[in-house]
Design a protein around this ligand. Structure first.
Ligand code: SF4
Ligand code: SF4
Length: 482
């Protein structure tokens, strides 16, 4: 008697979705997508009413018009794929990443100073975790060079590594940025490796010379911008309360015009009163000309005036759906739409992402502050509580292991039964800390929202794969643009 013949089957863990007239399963333990034909649907339909042993299930499938041999093969195949599971199936917890996981990206916060005073800023606002008192305000060249050396030494096996320049306002330390690009390119070239750069800026300090440098050096640019003037100026203000839109709009146009070597992205922070996703997208994409626009609700305690309440988040989701429909129309015509929230999720689906952690923080990615202190990511830079060491002395492996252990999806009880966990894995560690005081807490305040949005992206993926599968080829290499 074979092992399968003694099994009693129940349904495995999957999420069913439809797209383009076809039916699919999102297989949760594998983070994989499986197209469901009539035969598969028959097996699932039979097991929905209760468990069944192998011979009984094969017989019932055969009775639906399949040959006995085909039915037997199908049941065995579905068991292998974990669409259905036998009584001896044990859910395997995701392995923790190896202790020597190589670094891929370093976020260098060149300064912790900023020329804006955005009300919601996680670095300076009411929810800040940074403790910059007594630390340098600007990174110096020796620290920057040591950071580059650190990245190259800690990334063995990677052909290409990545540096993201961050702030404060990154361009307040543009002279250092230029030196780092030169130094890092030389060091990487000596090692026969590639290095790629990007920066995030509020765009207030962009000049034609800076734009030329960014374009010449193929530096990817993300601009923090919240929409047309009336929305952008609500919270993105100078210290005197004046909005920054008028200053940045012409600079952004010049950037998009002058920087021809990489797509330029807008990153929108949604807040109470700044939730009109469709109008914001239209302005940034069509009036200003950004190539891509990505949206993220503000990270904050729920009692802040600028936090978005449940009704506001429902409105955001409605607008996301509308923009996603538009994305789909474009994709079916073979055109790329600029709504990066969809592109990022589709890329993860295609790459079969099955996350042990929500993001690369403290894993393939680290942040380094002006003092050389190492943090899990840019949002924790300058925070004594979350420091993982210093560029001069290296990573404190115990602290890193503790951070990763707490943030592992296996340790988030509520996520264990959630079908969205291969992509979400509990959500941003920084948001978890701001909300719950623990970087390892699951971000349970938006689970329904996340599941709805993930289902939307799955349906878009399914429809494109049914009607224009070639369109999906371009996502194999894409990394999320956050
Ligand atoms: S945080 Fe919520 S949506 Fe995300 S994996 Fe956990 S339970 Fe699912
Ligand atoms: S998702 Fe959160 S913890 Fe992860 S890199 Fe982004 S800000 Fe940092």
């Amino acid at each position: 008697m074979t092992a399968t013949a003694t099994q009693t089957y129940t349904l495995g863990e999957f999420h069913q979705f439809e797209g383009g007239g076809r039916r699919f399963l999102y297989l949760v333990p594998a983070g994989a997508i499986f197209e469901m034909d009539e035969a598969v649907a028959t097996v699932i339909g039979l097991l929905k009413s209760g468990q069944s042993d192998h011979d009984d299930l094969v017989g019932r499938v055969a009775a639906k018009g399949f040959s006995y041999a085909d039915a037997d093969e199908l049941v065995t195949e579905l068991s292998r794929a974990r669409v259905i599971v036998g009584q001896d199936y044990v859910k395997a917890p995701l392995d923790p990443p190896p202790a020597d996981f190589p670094l891929q990206s370093l976020v260098m916060n060149l300064t912790n100073q900023c020329n804006l005073s955005c009300t919601y800023c996680y670095e300076f606002g009411e929810d800040k975790v940074a403790t910059p008192e007594g630390k340098p305000k600007f990174m110096d060249l020796p620290t920057a060079k040591a950071s580059v050396d650190f990245l190259l030494s800690q990334s063995s096996g990677r052909n290409t590594v990545h540096i993201t320049f961050f702030g404060g306002e990154t361009l307040m330390n543009f002279p250092l940025l230029k030196q780092v690009v030169t130094y890092a390119t030389e060091r990487a070239t000596e090692q026969g490796r590639g290095i790629d750069f990007s920066l995030t800026t509020n765009a207030t300090l962009l000049t034609p010379a800076i734009i030329e440098f960014l374009s010449e050096n193929k530096i990817g640019v993300t601009v923090s911008m919240d929409g047309p003037a009336d929305l952008h100026d609500k919270l993105r203000v100078f210290s005197n309360g004046k909005g920054s839109y008028d200053m940045i709009a012409p600079r952004v146009k010049a950037l998009i015009q002058g920087h021809r070597t990489r797509p330029i992205t807008a990153r929108v922070t949604l807040t109470n009163g700044v939730t009109d996703v469709l109008r914001i997208y239209k302005h940034l994409k069509h009036d200003l000309g950004f190539h891509e626009v990505g949206f993220a609700p503000v990270t904050t305690s729920p009692d802040r005036l600028y936090s978005i309440n449940e009704r506001g988040m429902d409105g955001v989701l409605d607008d996301f759906h509308k923009l996603a429909d538009e994305y789909l129309e474009y994709a079916l015509r073979g055109e790329m739409h600029g709504f990066s929230n969809v592109s990022d999720t589709i890329a993860e689906l295609i790459q079969g992402v099955n996350k042990s952690h929500p993001c690369g923080a403290a894993l393939g990615l680290l942040g380094v502050g002006p003092s050389g202190d190492i943090a899990p990511c840019h949002r924790f830079v300058d925070s004594d509580t979350h420091s993982l060491g210093n560029i001069a002395t290296g990573v404190d492996r115990e602290k890193q292991a503790d951070f990763l252990n707490r943030g592992h999806v296996n340790n988030k009880y509520d996520c264990q039964t959630c079908w969205a966990r291969p992509l979400c894995a509990g959500g941003c560690h920084h948001e978890a800390f701001v909300r719950y005081g623990d970087t390892g807490h699951a971000n349970l305040h938006y689970c329904d929202w996340i599941r709805d949005w993930t289902d939307t992206c799955l349906r878009i993926y399914g429809t494109i794969s049914a009607h224009n599968p070639e369109f999906l080829e371009q996502f194999a290499e894409r990394k999320a643009l956050n």
